[in-house]
Design a protein around this ligand. Structure first.
Ligand code: ZN
Length: 215
């Protein structure tokens, strides 16, 4: 790619996010869909309590570009945890899906691919550190020249559509207010994708992260 084109592409990537990404995001949760994909962003406050920072909706191509920017560019560091809803074709929906190209599962393929590329890069760094070797990306001018930007492994979490239900119950019980719902109303015709993404985030946080801490 010529330099000018690269700059245009970088500008394109930067303009995808409705609101700029925050550097302290620790988890993103994704509800992939055929037409729209919802993403919810989570972080912890000074007391270690989790909260939802923001939620944004994308069309499939926007989402792929946004995720590529988030994972493949060194700053800000990609969030260490990415949760997504898996795709299943259920028997009762099979007839309706006749002829479908299953765009949702194509989106999931992009999530898995980008995380795999990133994690292989992180693993090469870990091996180089063990053996005392220096990687070419760590040389002056390389993308990992600044040790603070060396890639860290991303934990990729698969959740079922059914996991949203208990998440909703626990959130109600704990009086956790939805951050995504008012955004969905104001910006996305009250579609549920970002609300579902938020529930997936809470399911993992409440069941796995805080569940572990409580033991
Ligand atoms: Zn590197």
């Amino acid at each position: 790619m010529k330099n000018r084109e690269r700059t245009d592409f970088n500008k394109h990537l930067a303009s995808i996010w409705k609101r700029p990404l925050k550097a302290d995001t620790e988890l993103i949760a994704i509800d992939p869909g055929d037409k729209y994909t919802g993403v919810a962003f989570f972080a912890t406050n000074d007391d270690g309590e989790w909260y939802c920072q923001d939620a944004q909706e994308f069309d499939p191509q926007e989402f792929e570009d946004a995720l590529a920017e988030l994972i493949l560019t060194p700053a800000p560091e990609p969030p260490p945890i990415i949760v997504f809803e898996i795709f299943r074709l259920y028997g009762d929906k099979a007839q309706l899906q006749t002829g479908s190209e299953f765009l949702t599962s194509q989106t999931i393929g992009v999530i898995k691919y980008l995380v795999r590329v990133h994690n292989e890069h992180a693993a090469r760094h870990a091996r180089a550190e063990e053996t005392g070797g220096l990687m070419s990306c760590e040389q002056p001018g390389g993308r990992c020249h600044d040790p603070a930007l060396a890639p860290q492994e991303i934990t990729l979490v698969r959740q079922r559509a059914d996991d949203k239900k208990p998440a909703k119950g626990i959130c109600n019980k704990k009086k956790i207010k939805s951050v995504a719902r008012p955004i969905a109303k104001a910006e996305y015709g009250n579609r549920d994708h970002i609300v579902d993404a938020e529930l997936h985030g809470w399911f993992y946080i409440l069941k796995t992260l805080e569940g572990k801490a409580a033991k």
